[in-house]
Ligand binder design. Structure first.
Ligand SMILES: *Cc1c(COP(=O)(O)O)cnc(C)c1O
Length: 459
């Protein structure tokens, strides 16, 4: 049975059947004849047996489908050249770098670690761009030496690059990031477009930068960048953004800078719970493309290359986490806690942003009788709760719990709190599962510990 036939909202594949970000589960999710949840033909309880829990699972088809949606919609709706880049901070690994590169996408990175992951994953250097509000000298050197585009965030970037770039023969290729002063309805912590933001130059400073760069020989301004936030369901802010960007583009060209790229950032949301209602990738790209086209057209500007940098909407829905259920604590008249073998170390989003998720039992997704429970993690923190007050069928210790929508900002934000090793990640595709990240061992956590000699001498 396919989930599309079920009456459960989370698995509905109605409207934009082709847009993975509008489903809670990965697009290759199905229920087998024994009523077990399978993704890409692999039963989730089978994967638990094979790899252990907790386990991150990524559906390759969902990732590729999302990349294609961006690529194809950009060429459908934007008359100029375009390029989508994957914001690798959402989930960075060699395998993911390889997948998105093979889909023709670029990658954006914000650290030496993300940069070498992209490079070794096979992303061409001309499709990598380097961000960050406090880039170190060595990060800037590495980025420049690899010829990737560097996004200038502040004067410190400019000062450091001036001493890194020795010859004017190979100028640094630069984009300017600015805060456009646009607000959007999302969680305060991830709102970056408004003026009070640690990222980028203020809108009001830009003209000065254009003046400053008239005398700079070691680099050229080839693009503008703005990113207005994350997990956004509205498309309107992007119309305003396009207008501001075109205005700045016109000003930059007036000062003689060869600005040829507008990068509108990422931010498209995904459906974590049934009441979430994000636009499809296609409709997001349509609004963005038309808005940039119109804003440039109105000012008689030659069309720039349009870039966007989605992270969450590429990998979020592709991922899920499976856990084993362990202890249960009933507080009569108050609530019942079910604890799983992971928690805030593998998924810090609920404790950080109060994020909501959808959970099912891997082998009984449709069981009618359900109990109201709170799913807690195993960490020494009362706030370590993955799902508050959800309905789950009666279950026992050892049953497998599935939490959907964990492909973005879970592994990449994971920690070793309580010295809990990080889960393994597997990629599933057409009935196969491949390990793409080994499970950490407790021993791995001692790798960098050093016991000073004098302590040993004393014993
Ligand atoms: C986080 C971020 C993105 C990706 O955001 P998503 O909401 O995951 O699409 C893109 N660009 C920049 C500069 C970012 O900081």
């Amino acid at each position: 049975m396919n989930f599309a036939m079920s009456t459960l909202r989370p698995f509905e594949k109605d409207l934009d059947k082709t847009s993975p970000n509008r489903n809670i589960a990965p697009i290759s999710t199905e229920i087998d004849t024994e009523e077990k949840i399978c993704v890409a033909g692999c039963s989730l309880s089978g994967l638990a047996q094979k790899y252990g829990t907790p386990l991150y699972i990524l559906d390759e088809l969902t990732i590729r489908k999302s990349c294609k949606e961006y690529r194809e919609s950009l060429s459908e709706y934007y008359p100029g050249e375009s390029m989508a880049l994957y914001a690798s901070k959402a989930n960075s690994s060699l395998a993911l770098s390889r997948i998105v590169a093979s889909e023709g996408m670029g990658i954006d990175v914000v650290s030496e670690g993300e940069l070498i992951t992209a490079l070794r994953g096979g992303v061409p250097t001309n499709k990598i761009i380097f961000h960050g509000n406090n880039k170190s000298f060595s990060e800037l050197s590495l980025a420049y030496n690899n010829n990737v585009i560097i996004v200038l965030d502040n004067q410190n970037d400019i000062k450091q690059l001036a001493s890194i770039v020795k010859s004017e023969e190979r100028k640094a290729r630069l984009m300017l990031r600015f805060t456009p002063g646009i607000e959007c309805h999302t969680h305060d912590y991830i709102k970056t477009g408004m003026l009070d933001s640690k990222f980028g130059f203020n809108y009001t400073e830009i003209e000065n930068i254009f003046v400053q760069f008239k005398n700079i020989k070691w680099g050229e301004l080839i693009g503008l960048h703005a990113h207005i936030g994350s997990q956004i369901f509205e498309v309107e802010p992007h119309r305003d953004l396009a207008d501001v960007m075109a205005k700045v583009l016109k000003m930059g060209r007036k000062y003689g800078h060869p600005i040829d790229i507008l990068n509108v950032g990422g931010g498209l949301g995904i459906r974590y719970i049934s009441s979430d209602d994000p636009p499809s990738i296609k409709s997001w790209v349509k609004v963005v493309s038309e808005a940039i086209f119109e804003a440039c057209n109105n000012r008689s500007l030659e069309l720039p290359l349009l870039m966007c940098e989605p992270g969450r909407s590429i990998v979020g829905t592709a991922g899920l986490t499976i856990y084993s259920i362990g202890s249960k604590k009933e507080i009569p008249g108050i609530k019942t806690y079910l604890a799983v073998d992971g928690g805030m170390s593998d998924n810090p989003r609920p404790i950080t942003y109060e994020s909501k998720y959808s959970a099912y039992l891997a082998d009984r997704p449709f069981f009618k009788e359900k109990n109201r429970v709170t799913i807690a993690g195993k960490h020494c923190e009362s706030g370590d709760v993955l799902l508050n007050d959800v309905l789950i069928p009666e279950c026992k210790c050892g049953d497998i719990l599935v939490v959907f929508g964990t492909g973005a900002y879970n592994f990449s934000m994971s920690s070793n709190y309580n010295r809990i090793p990080k889960p393994a990640s597997v990629l599933v595709n057409k009935g196969n599962s491949d390990l793409i990240q080994r499970r950490e061992l407790p021993e791995d956590l001692l790798r960098n510990d050093i016991l000073p000699d004098r302590f040993i001498a004393k014993d």
